[in-house]
Design a protein around this ligand. Structure first.
Ligand SMILES: Cc1cc2nc3c(=O)[nH]c(=O)nc-3n(C[C@H](O)[C@H](O)[C@H](O)COP(=O)(O)OP(=O)(O)OC[C@H]3O[C@@H](n4cnc5c(N)ncnc54)[C@H](O)[C@@H]3O)c2cc1C
Length: 407
């Protein structure tokens, strides 16, 4: 029988890789989580100051993973969503009361989530967190997968039954395996920062469409807000060269007076926006997870929420196999996982891509369509409820951790 160093090797300890390790923590699986950049380093790409809107499905999963208690004190509830178009009629107001839920979602800072995830892993001491170390070459045999690692924490070879690749949108490991991708460059860049708001946000998340691009403001504790300004990539440089006060004044004028003046800007970061879909997510003894499998536009704040539902489903399938003493890397286990996730992945990917086409466009016909859509959505309760269900992440068939059938 082949000796395996681990049952599961996870390449990439960002939000998705670390969540999977947490989901499998107390099971009888030997797990290695390999991450190339330490959590506290400025260059850490996953755990930065970005504000993440987490859906109800994500809260349920984080509760099951016993992480919500750590995350909740710094999380801000979203009780209302307000979508409007500068200078035009029509707006959509979504309210938690309409679905009889206490919140439509919660905003957390990625860095706080990272701290909770990695603290949990280090306390439990049941997962080998190997950091900083980089996964290099991958080789697959019929009953094992082997990776090489380089870096301060470990240099050498590791073998396992299954390798999960969670190394992000620009996945080098996906490239190395020769997996093709579908890529759509939106030619847009998100400029993201945190600011103090001149007026209370009343737990409302705002999305405002302007002639120069949409501005989203997500509520944070202490009257702060996450500001996301999505602009054409060609224009992004202009904004980055502005003085801080000039930049905030400009945003304030474009956003409108609802939240008062913006001040005390935090670190500013830019993200080029692309849709990247891997043509394969499952290979022999390998699963691509998170952004390496699908990276979507952040417009609907769905990316990590979708990834976390993938994490919950993969954990479910691996544990079912492990409890039967079956091979967790067997093709039927991985195929079962993928089949269970494809409908949700397709729905969310298409939803976010359509939003981008309709809402990030200044053509006259699109503006009219958008405003009519907003007006109709605001008037028809059924449409509003469906939109809210998408935002909550509870549309369609869901993993047991979300539907509540996980014990
Ligand atoms: C502006 C913006 C706003 C967003 N807002 C939201 C939101 O509100 N709600 C939401 O749900 N989602 C949101 N998202 C999406 C969310 O950020 C992603 O879904 C999430 O970061 C995916 O995590 P990941 O772990 O798959 O990838 P990443 O975060 O990219 O992490 C990959 C990790 O792998 C490591 N790594 C890379 N190569 C190797 C290697 N060879 N060996 C070892 N380690 C390696 C990297 O160091 C990194 O830590 C937003 C995205 C953007 C850009």
């Amino acid at each position: 029988m082949t000796h395996h160093d681990y049952d599961l090797i996870i390449a990439g300890g960002g939000m998705v890789g670390a969540s999977l390790a947490c989901a499998l923590l107390h099971e009888n699986l030997r797990i290695a989580l390999i991450e190339s950049v330490p959590r506290k380093a400025d260059a850490q790409p996953s755990y930065d100051d970005r504000g993440l809107a987490l859906s109800m499905s994500s809260r349920r999963i984080l509760q099951k993973l016993e992480l919500w208690l750590q995350v909740a004190p710094n999380a801000t509830a979203i009780r209302r969503i307000h979508v409007s178009d500068r200078g035009h009629f029509g707006c959509v107001r979504l309210r938690a009361e309409d679905l009889q839920v206490d919140a439509l979602g919660h905003v957390v800072i990625a860095r706080d989530l990272g701290q909770a995830l990695l603290q949990k892993l280090s306390q439990a001491g049941m997962v080998d967190v190997i950091c900083p170390a980089q996964v290099g070459d991958i080789s697959v045999a019929h009953d094992a997968v082997t990776v090489t690692t380089s870096g301060e924490a470990r240099a050498g070879k590791l073998s396992g039954r299954l390798l999960v690749i969670a190394d992000g949108a620009d996945s080098n490991l996906r490239r190395q395996l020769g997996i093709e991708t579908f890529v759509k460059d939106y030619q847009q860049t998100a400029i993201v920062t945190n600011v103090t708001l001149g007026r209370p946000h009343t737990n409302t998340a705002y999305e405002r469409f302007t002639e120069t691009g949409p501005i989203a403001v997500l509520p944070l504790n202490a009257q702060r807000g996450v500001l996301v300004y999505t602009v054409p990539t060609a224009a992004a440089e202009t904004y980055l060269h502005l003085e801080q006060s000039a930049f905030l004044d400009l945003l304030w004028q474009r956003f409108g007076r609802r939240l008062g003046r913006f001040s005390d800007m935090g670190a500013l970061k830019i993200y080029p926006l692309r849709l990247v879909l891997s043509r394969q997510q499952v290979l022999s003894r390998i699963v691509l997870l998170g952004n390496s499998a699908h990276t979507i536009h952040p417009n609907g704040a769905q990316g990590f929420n979708l990834c976390l539902r993938d994490v919950a489903a993969l954990a479910e399938h691996l544990l079912l196999a492990s409890h039967r003493d079956a091979d967790i890397g067997a093709p039927e286990v991985l195929a079962g996982y993928l089949a269970s996730r494809q409908p949700d992945q397709q729905r969310v990917t298409q939803f976010s891509d359509r939003l981008t086409k309709l809402f990030y466009n200044q053509q006259c016909s699109k503006v009219m369509l958008r405003n009519t859509a907003m007006l109709i959505t605001d008037l028809i309760p059924y449409l509003k409820r469906e939109l809210i269900r998408q935002a909550l992440g509870i549309s369609g068939r869901q993993p047991a951790m979300v539907s509540g059938s996980w014990d």
